[in-house]
Write a protein that binds this ligand. Structure first.
Ligand SMILES: Cc1ncc(C[n+]2csc(CCOP(=O)(O)OP(=O)(O)O)c2C)c(N)n1
Ligand code: SF4
Ligand SMILES: [Mg+2]
Length: 305
């Protein structure tokens, strides 16, 4: 896949919306070196959103979209919740599934794409809230992992049902009182990363979205491993500032506080042996390619004599 595939027909160039012209001309599609550092410099795959001001889900979306290894050949599967409000504004193919069904939909989609486009890379990425992933959709989530379906599941964990006003979720922390869960959570946060590992995921990470470089790395790893080996799972803490009583500037600090080693969002990573070997090979190839680029650059500089 390259920019060629989405070249604008020159007769219609003038009448295309300027945003589309920019999207084709200025990076994003076909640019395999994209990453979070392109945000604000190059055309983005999301430019506005309908989330609350300062909601960490919005920055998580931007990091994820900037880090997709192959956005032009990626289909994202969303589910009802705050996340789903953003998908209409995202310039990546996406499907809205019935709440909780996202991993079943992604399974069919990934299989259909492999049949329809044999030999071509087509990435499928599920992005859903904790209510969709661990509560109502847990059956579909686990069964996709058991079957070793080759796609990535990303859970935006805000530890409750935000979109419907604050009900308890399995990922809510013990003792937390939400607007629609007044008696407080009676049991600990479900350990979904551990369940993911034990259900066959080859690459599992739990982290916050406070560090863009980290988010970029785990997104790329998860998608590449899913493409080649099998299911991968990322659980990203994107606190609902509205429900925890923080203002729009306080989401970042909330994530920093929650990712300390003794806290519930301390960085957690499980990688299967197969995935470890694969990622080491990918890193070696990237290193060799970077060295070659430097060599070519040096060769292109005319010597002083
Ligand atoms: C089948 C079905 N059941 C219930 C709902 C109602 N509903 C909409 S959003 C939502 C909660 C979403 O919570 P979560 O997945 O954690 O996403 P968040 O809003 O927190 O990002 C629920 C229960 C629905 N739309 N469809
Ligand atoms: S309700 Fe919470 S999760 Fe939803 S957009 Fe607002 S701050 Fe974000
Ligand atoms: Mg939620």
């Amino acid at each position: 896949m390259s920019k060629e595939k989405i070249k604008i027909c020159k007769e219609f160039y003038d009448v295309m919306p300027p945003e589309y012209q920019e999207l084709v001309e200025d990076a994003t599609y076909g640019n395999t070196d994209r990453g979070w550092k392109d945000i604000g410099v190059h055309k983005e795959l999301i430019e506005e959103h309908s989330l609350c001001a300062g909601c960490p889900e919005s920055i998580a979306f931007r990091y994820i979209l900037a880090s997709l290894p192959n956005p032009e050949d990626t289909v994202m599967v969303g589910s009802t919740g705050c996340t789903s409000l953003v998908f209409p504004m995202v310039a990546v193919h996406n499907i809205h599934s019935l709440f909780g069904n996202q991993n079943a939909i992604a399974t069919g989609l990934k299989r259909a794409l492999s049949v329809r486009f044999p030999g071509q890379i087509k990435d499928v990425v599920v992005l859903a809230g904790d209510g969709a992933t661990v509560d109502i959709g847990l059956d579909m989530t686990l069964q996709a992992w058991f079957r070793q379906e080759k796609f990535t599941t990303i859970c935006f964990d805000n530890e409750l049902y935000a979109n419907t006003g604050g009900q308890e979720s399995g990922l809510m922390q013990k003792g937390f009182v939400a607007k629609m869960a007044p008696t407080g959570k009676k049991f600990d946060k479900v350990r979904l990363p551990e369940i993911a590992r034990e259900s066959g995921c080859h690459y599992v990470v739990q982290c916050t979205v406070s560090k863009p470089a980290l988010v970029e790395r785990v997104i790329k790893n998860a998608i590449l491993v899913a493409r080649e080996i099998g299911p991968t799972y990322l659980q990203l803490y994107t606190p609902c500032i509205l429900e925890i009583g923080k203002n729009s500037m306080e989401g970042l600090q909330e994530m920093r506080d929650s990712e300390r080693p003794s806290e519930r969002f301390a960085y957690k990573e499980f990688v299967s042996d197969e995935a470890k070997q694969f990622l080491a090979d990918v890193a070696a190839k990237q290193k060799a390619a970077a060295a070659k680029k430097v060599e070519q650059k040096a060769a292109a500089i005319p010597s002083a004599s």
